[in-house]
Ligand binder design. Sequence first.
Ligand SMILES: Cc1cc2nc3c(=O)[nH]c(=O)nc-3n(C[C@H](O)[C@H](O)[C@H](O)COP(=O)(O)O)c2cc1C
Ligand SMILES: [Mn+2]
Length: 496
Amino acid sequence: MGFLDMRQWLAQLEQHGELRRIKAEVDWDREIGAVTRRVLEKKGPALLFENVKGYSGGRCTKLFASGLGSRGRLALALGFPHDAGNRELVQHVMKMNRATVPPVIVDSGPVKEVIVRGDAIDQTEFPVPKWHYLEGGRYIHTFSSIVTRDPETGIMNVGMYRGMIGRKDTAPFLLVKGGQHWGAHFVKWAARGKPMPVACVIGWDPVMSFLSGSPLPAGVCEYDVMGGYRGEPARLVRCETVDLEVPAGAEIVIEGFISDDPASYESEGPFGEYTGYVSDLPTPRPTMKISCITHRRDPIFCGSLEGTLPGSYSENSVMSSVQRAAIAWNILSGAGIPGILDVYAPPITNGVNIRIQIKKHYQGQPKQIAAALWGNSAAQYRYKHVIVVEEDIDPSDDEQVEWAYAHRVNAGEGGVVIFPGIFGSPIDPSTPLEDRNVEQLGTGLWNRMLIDATRSWKHPRQARWNNERFPPTVKPHDDDTARVETRWAEYGLDDL
Ligand SMILES: Cc1cc2nc3c(=O)[nH]c(=O)nc-3n(C[C@H](O)[C@H](O)[C@H](O)COP(=O)(O)O)c2cc1C
Ligand SMILES: [Mn+2]
């Protein structure tokens, strides 16, 4: 079922006309990022850069980007046809997020074909782009799956977190202690006075990227869930210098340790973030000291152009539009809320805005929905704005949602609810800097908003309105529509 490795995924993309090989020489310094942005704007294919300036020989000569850069390619990666619909994909992901098949440990695999240690370690041997002119350096981890282990439970976590090349063997990361799962691990390792062992996996089954970029519940090992998605266990090998396991067929694995000693922190950023804005000043961050690199022969490096702007959706937002909807729907069904019909996360918002379609069962239901979402840790970077609509409004149709927003919302009567000062994203440019001080606050602060675009039950039903709470719309009566259909040609309108 699953793709065994990234090379099979590339072959699959190529078969579907979804991969373009770039044979012209392209500069890793800004040019790769600009090309990738332009291709995303044109809704184009995934890209394999085969001729990166300065990398024609040596350890690694190729760079793969934008594999999951469209809904169609994400559908392929999940085993669906290219044109699978929102609900179909979201419901599949809801189910598979709960299926687990534990990994198996094997003795060796292609990722051990080349092993680099000590002084020979140099991250600049890989064709790592400086994606954007304002970025603080070359971002080596934009689509890597980062493996850590909870020192208490022994359970591994796999998450996607950005990291930059520092020195040739160091990488500062955006590692937020009160944030994602590796942040919780980091706090526990620090309490033991030990640096946290880390393994960064670059290039394998796209389902690994899909899951490492998604908040599954704490304590769930993403390798188990990958097994569920693949319909077969992930085959893992032990790392060389850290007590962690990584896919035997991965392209590149970087092993090392991250210390909590501020003296070891290096400067990270600015970075072009998922919001579409470039983050502010460089900041000292927890920094990985690399102890070993293992890779396949002729490895393919993999990265992603982060940042969504109107007209160009990053891989993150494509993945988020399916995964964050699925996670929200699972949260709502877990909370026992009735009548959820569809959940839509507009890709342009990365799941920061989310639309819930319901068959309304009671008046306070939209507030219950918002409360359930905002109370879940998966809401840290997402679900800032929740819009609830009813069954006659398609949540994926902007015009229908806007109409309901205009005419069913009475902001002063509870149609708009603001929940101030709740946990949230520390990288939201709309919040004041003091609300983004993770050293002081642990994580960011958000003022979240619910827009209840359902018809209020405080309006009594009216006999003259066909026993509804709102008056009839201007849509003609069915009988009149039928009559017009039959006489359409007679009116001389059949060219319309
Ligand atoms: C391309 C990409 C880059 C990301 N970069 C970061 C990051 O730098 N820091 C971070 O905390 N989360 C980042 N995220 C979000 C996390 O991957 C996401 O919250 C995920 O749930 C983390 O895994 P965890 O839930 O196991 O901690 C990124 C996601 C994607 C898809
Ligand atoms: Mn996790």
